[in-house]
Ligand binder design. Structure first.
Ligand SMILES: Cc1cc2nc3c(=O)[nH]c(=O)nc-3n(C[C@H](O)[C@H](O)[C@H](O)COP(=O)(O)O)c2cc1C
Length: 362
């Protein structure tokens, strides 16, 4: 069983490097045009990206998104990511820790503070559906005794599960189960999708839970429908997974839905965020910070230097976008005027490509 989880996770790591697992569409954040200001009246050096998230100070509103753990390959990737997050003082999210619940001696593969003891923020991870499958408060407490976390993310991934061979498809009663478990845990909990986004009505229901926030994880980056389709042979599920690689709530809309429902709780923007401009657009739509997963994966397989270089390029571009919109601090981005394009921002760029244009962003 655990062997299966480890193998599946390693398979995910290699599949996620393929171009075909990107959602086949122009990125919604490429359709958000922040108004360029030719008179910013500040020094570029005055742009201040520092952000306090869950009471921890980060040098920029950026987290390395949830990806891995549970295998040797995952541990190596976590090490490279953790050292980069420590060097740049960014948040770091772990991949699903289910493998270490089932096999506690895998805890070391997630122990990023043993790999980089100066990490400012570590976010753990479990599938919310596991709460319908026997994992409860005592299993989570035990997991956290073995590996203390600053925040725990519970992911919601019905599209992925229904395409995944052997996935968990009984989602009955999960909202109440979440309410019960979350209210008895003594750690900040956030919810997250995995790249299919959060619609308005789901955001409203999830906001009734005693959670600290939500990661919008919208459509536009890694398509878990496609990843699982590639593992599902030629079954009807595989065909549905390929055909629905675009399905869900796009990242821009998902951020807006989460912000509207979650008031002043934390909203993280993610799902295909691969440039500093995407970061700026996500922050302007209401995200407090963004998370980046797949765009760091190739670098994370190489080494810490490569991850740092990728992140520094994104952070520099965010700083340029802030300078040229007159936003000296991150919250000021929400006040920047923006227009939506009926046509996407012109390519080339990682978010550009053929496909339907982005939805209108008010
Ligand atoms: C290789 C890989 C493994 C992932 N594993 C997890 C996971 O274990 N738990 C989770 O909540 N999300 C997981 N995700 C989803 C990401 O956290 C993220 O929500 C999603 O990929 C969209 O972001 P992206 O387009 O930046 O990759 C994984 C993503 C990748 C690329």
């Amino acid at each position: 069983m655990v062997e299966d989880i480890q193998q599946r996770k390693d398979h995910h790591l290699s599949l996620c490097l393929l171009d075909e697992v990107r959602a086949p569409m122009v990125h919604s954040l490429d359709g958000v045009r922040l108004e360029y200001d030719c008179l910013p009246e500040m020094d570029f050096e005055d742009v201040d990206l520092s952000t306090v998230l869950f009471g921890r100070r980060l040098s920029a509103p950026l987290l390395i998104g949830a990806m891995t753990g549970g295998s040797e390959a995952g541990a190596e990737i976590n090490r490279n990511l953790a050292k980069a997050a420590q060097e740049l003082r960014l948040g770091m999210c772990l991949g699903s820790q289910r493998a270490m619940i089932e096999k506690p001696d895998l805890a070391w593969t997630y122990d990023v503070r043993a790999m980089a003891d100066g990490l400012p923020l570590v976010v753990g991870n479990l599938g919310a559906i596991q709460l319908n499958k026997g994992i409860g408060v005592s299993e989570i407490r035990e997991m956290m005794e073995r590996l203390p976390l600053d925040v725990l993310a519970l992911h919601l991934n019905p599209l992925q599960e229904v395409i995944q061979p052997g996935g968990d498809t009984n989602w009955r009663g999960l909202l109440d189960r979440l309410r019960d478990v979350v209210s008895r845990l003594d750690v900040d909990v956030i919810l997250k999708e995995v790249g299919a986004g959060v619609c308005g009505s789901a955001a409203e229901k999830l906001a009734t839970l005693p959670v600290a926030g939500i990661d919008a994880a919208g459509v536009g980056g890694t398509s878990w429908s496609m990843v699982e389709a590639l593992r599902a042979g030629n079954s009807p599920a595989a065909q549905a997974g390929r055909s629905l690689a675009w399905f869900g709530v796009d990242t821009a809309r998902s951020i807006q839905n989460c912000r509207a429902a979650f008031g002043d709780r934390v909203v993280i923007g993610s799902g295909g965020i691969s440039t500093g401009y995407h970061m700026a657009a996500a922050l302007s739509l209401g995200a407090d910070a963004v998370a980046v997963s797949q765009p760091l994966l190739a670098a994370a397989r190489e080494g810490t230097r490569e991850v740092v270089a990728t992140l520094e390029a994104m952070i520099y571009e965010l700083k340029v976008a802030m300078f040229c919109t007159g936003a000296a601090k991150v919250p000021a981005l929400r006040k920047v005027a923006r227009t939506s394009l009926s046509q996407p921002r012109p390519g080339p760029g990682p978010g550009s490509g053929p496909g339907p244009g982005p939805g209108i962003v008010p």
